[in-house]
Design a protein around this ligand. Structure first.
Ligand code: HEC
Length: 138
């Protein structure tokens, strides 16, 4: 709950002040932790960040439907959230990456569904989202 509140505050700030270059740079650096499992590859096939294939491509993730990358085999929990029609907003991304299984539990109610993503990102969540948004060209 506390984390959601903090994330919501960050999101409100992000709406009023466009991400600055320093945030994007910080986020890019922090994304090094994500790229073990995630690549960022544009729709035209350009490798923006070469990364692992354990997790789905994160190109254009802000504004994209949850669990909607074709050819990726999501876990039951994230798939079930995706079936509700939810779309990734900056604030949901920040809370999700902080503790993916807790986020799925919160969205689905009491559930035993675990996230396939075990990584918990405890800092610079807002900067990572700013970076993810910055690489999308249209
Ligand atoms: C150890 C591997 C691993 C790391 C490190 C990792 N992830 Fe993931 N990520 C996954 C897997 C696997 C999934 C699919 C989860 C599922 O199906 O439950 C996932 C799913 C996601 C999704 C949902 C995508 C969608 O299509 O709905 C987002 C967003 C995400 N990760 C962001 C991040 C960010 C940001 C970081 C770095 C802070 C990160 N991940 C680090 C493995 C990882």
């Amino acid at each position: 709950m506390k984390i959601s509140l903090i994330a919501a505050t960050f999101a409100a700030l992000a709406l009023t002040t466009a991400a600055n270059a320093d945030d994007i740079k910080d986020g890019k650096k922090e994304f090094n932790k994500c790229k073990a499992c995630h690549a960022i590859k544009s729709d035209t096939g350009e490798d923006i960040v070469k990364g692992g294939k354990v997790g789905p491509n994160l190109y254009g993730i802000v504004g994209k439907a949850v669990a909607s990358t074709e050819d990726f085999k999501y876990g039951d929990g994230l798939k079930a959230v995706g079936e509700t029609g939810m779309v990734w907003t900056p604030e949901e991304l920040e809370v999700y990456m902080t503790d993916p299984t807790a986020w799925i539990d919160e969205k689905l109610g009491d559930t035993k569904a675990k996230s396939l993503m075990t990584h918990k990102q405890k800092k610079k969540q807002e900067e990572i989202v700013a970076f993810l948004e910055s690489v999308v060209t249209e």
